[in-house]
Design a protein around this ligand. Structure first.
Ligand SMILES: *Cc1c(COP(=O)(O)O)cnc(C)c1O
Length: 364
């Protein structure tokens, strides 16, 4: 994991969004990159807040000693209001029932009200908004909650057609105006994710929530780079003859006499099983095919007649600068998203951190 690349990606967003607050989403173990380390580099790079899906993720990072402002948008633990208030973590409120439940804890917890503007996931719809904010205002006046933010989430941020994002933007602005008229004074207003940053009027809201782009998933082409390299050692080599089958089901047959290399990374570590038959790894400046099915814990690589020894490294994926596949290519081979490749990298993978523009590794 190259933390310098993460810092550079955040700087790139800072250029596009010079004034407001940046909330870096470190949910799902920072998309597999390691929440504690990414949180540190994010705060050192000028982020104002750390974003989480589940409150339990935020509580865990708080317990580990991270004292940055935190916001979690899914309340997945019992007693969430009291726990969040005690740990000084902002939580989201999706609707009236959720609001009443949170207020009933009388914790004074800081909340961000979620507006349904078109994604049709969480949030309160425009037609229920007046009642929702009136109730929130009453709870705030009674000290049961504090309304610290108002927010929504885009459904088509990476679309070339920006009409849906425009409509969501209009609905959120209207909801914020109505909330202010009702006496609420949100400190943070936020709509854009990574691919929405370039879309929104940077003066309309004062925070963006950035996940994918921080990790180099560049959905709209704004000059971001992957920070994660997954490499592993060759554990064993063996010669097989032309026609011999390799791995479960012998779906691969050696096209000629060849050397196989055993790599101890499998689908339990996040290599998608569905990529078999197409997957490749980087080796010695080129690419070699993964031979046959991906097992839970290991793969075999067809090395041809290349010299290969136990202890040599293969690069499963990386930024692509040295001929290795990228996580985006693995996603293509498996019919999934780059996001899912990163998030799936499991706990058996040893994460190693560097801070440079040089090659980084994360290996077994
Ligand atoms: C994950 C997430 C983000 C970050 O979005 P990216 O597209 O990864 O930048 C922002 N807001 C919410 C609600 C999210 O779930």
């Amino acid at each position: 994991m190259d933390l310098a690349v993460i810092a550079a990606n955040i700087s790139r967003f800072r250029e596009l969004y010079p004034e407001g607050h940046i909330c870096v989403a470190v949910k799902a173990n920072a998309f597999g990159h390691g929440a504690a380390e990414v949180a540190r580099v994010a705060m050192a790079s000028g982020a104002s807040m750390l974003g989480f899906a589940r409150l339990s993720e935020a509580l865990a990072l708080r317990a580990s000693g991270q004292d940055a402002p935190m916001f979690a948008w899914l309340n997945d633990v019992a007693d969430h209001a009291a726990l969040a208030a005690a740990a000084d973590i902002d939580i989201s409120v999706s609707g009236l029932e959720n609001l009443r439940e949170i207020a009933s804890a009388h914790s004074g917890v800081a909340v961000h009200l979620e507006v349904e503007t078109g994604l049709n996931r969480g949030g309160t719809s425009p037609e229920d908004w007046a009642e929702f904010i009136a109730e929130a205002r009453r709870f705030e006046a009674a000290g049961q909650i504090r309304v610290r933010g108002i927010w929504s989430h885009l459904s088509h941020a990476s679309d070339a057609d920006i009409s849906r994002s425009r409509a969501q933007d209009q609905r959120l602005r209207a909801a914020i105006s109505a909330a202010r008229e009702a006496g609420l004074t949100p400190e943070f207003t936020h709509l854009a994710n990574s691919s929405g940053v370039a879309l929104i009027d940077p003066t309309a809201y004062n925070m963006v929530r950035l996940g994918a782009g921080v990790y180099g998933i560049d959905e709209v082409g704004i000059g971001l780079h992957p920070a994660m390299t997954l490499s592993a050692r060759v554990m064993q080599t063996k010669r097989v003859q032309a026609g011999e089958g390799v791995s479960y089901g012998h779906t691969y047959r050696a096209p000629r006499d060849t050397t196989l290399a055993l790599i101890a990374v499998g689908y339990a570590d996040g290599l998608p099983w569905a990529a078999h038959g197409r997957a490749e790894v980087g080796f010695a400046g080129g690419r070699r095919p993964v031979a046959g099915r991906i097992s839970m814990d290991q793969i075999m690589v067809d090395m041809g007649d290349l010299p290969v020894a136990v202890g040599d490294r293969v690069t499963l994926f990386g930024p692509g600068a040295h001929g290795e596949p990228t996580a985006a290519e693995w996603a293509g081979w498996a019919g999934t998203l780059e996001h899912e490749i990163y998030c799936g990298i499991g706990s058996r993978i040893n994460r190693r951190y560097i801070f440079s523009q040089e090659e980084s590794t994360s290996d077994e």
